[in-house]
Design a protein around this ligand. Structure first.
Ligand code: HPA
Length: 274
């Protein structure tokens, strides 16, 4: 059975529905280095990915792998603690299976976070960026193949993939809480190799402000499924073509850990407005 088949979706959803205490309204995906929201969320149920039928399990150490159901500021949320990536060898259907599951469980809003490399030379490491649009350079699409009309349209419009109202709420929260918030276009590359100076120059030239190896397939499936999306990047490093330096994973994680309180603060302000 294929992990993205209707039967797999049905089995995983039925398994979770037997375990969960409520119907979540909002999904949250935690990116590299964020691993959990810790004390901020009143956890009701936490389910290791390994226990969920057909759920993809991350091979990257920085992504732990629990599906958490809890209350955050009175909102019933489901949190993906860690995700899988295309560069790990998964298909984009596998990568986005958790989005289909969260949709089947009832979410209508999805907050996607990631660690990204900054391409706008005005950015600084540790800053937050709200994603306004994206460019898919992965060279693949999670919707490739037969379309299940019950899940969404064959040719979903991507003209407003990142919900303007959710972006506005995030900007309002940032202003209220004194958090520096950048805005920009995220470009997804397949990875796992990082960009060359020429690629960095190219990505900037085509209009990207940040680069990473996730998020875009998840957004495509969320839009296909009729979910409103908010995308937030933690700028882990800033890539300047002339002075490009290594961006080792430990460095990325260290910056993300430092930026996490700001991200949590921003999300709390966002949830207040939801
Ligand atoms: N490039 C691609 N992905 C990334 C980077 C980067 O510089 N930093 C964090 N994720």
């Amino acid at each position: 059975m294929r992990e993205n088949s209707k039967a797999a979706l049905h089995e995983a959803t039925a398994f979770l529905e037997r375990k969960i205490p409520f119907t979540p309204s909002t999904g949250i995906i935690l990116g590299t280095g964020l691993s959990s929201l810790g004390e901020t969320i009143a956890v009701k149920t936490s389910i290791p990915y390994q226990e969920i039928p057909f759920f993809p399990v991350s091979t990257v150490e920085s992504h732990t792998g629990n599906l958490v159901f809890g209350l955050w500021k009175e909102h019933e949320v489901v949190v993906l603690e860690g995700r899988v990536h295309y560069y790990e060898g998964y298909t984009l259907q596998e990568v986005t299976f958790p989005i289909r599951i969260m949709r089947a469980l009832g979410i209508s809003t999805l907050v996607i976070t990631n660690a990204a490399g900054g391409l706008d030379p005005g950015f600084s490491a540790g800053e937050l960026m709200v994603i306004t649009d994206h460019i898919n350079l992965i060279g693949d699409n999670p919707l490739r193949g037969p379309n299940a009309e019950s899940l969404g349209d064959r040719f979903p419009s991507m003209h407003e993939s990142y919900c303007p109202q959710l972006i506005q709420k995030t900007e309002d929260a940032a202003r209220e809480r004194g958090i520096v918030l950048r805005k920009g276009v995220y470009v997804a590359v397949p990875g796992p190799s990082l960009e060359t100076p020429a690629e960095t120059r190219f990505l900037r030239m085509i209009g990207a402000d940040a680069v990473g190896m996730s998020t875009v397939p998840e957004v495509i499936v969320a839009v296909h499924a009729g979910i409103k999306v908010l995308g937030l990047s933690i700028i882990a490093n800033v890539n300047r073509p002339e002075t490009l330096a290594p961006a080792p994973l430990e460095g990325v994680i260290a910056v993300v850990k430092k930026a996490k309180p700001n991200l949590v603060n921003l999300l709390e302000g966002f949830l207040d407005r939801l």
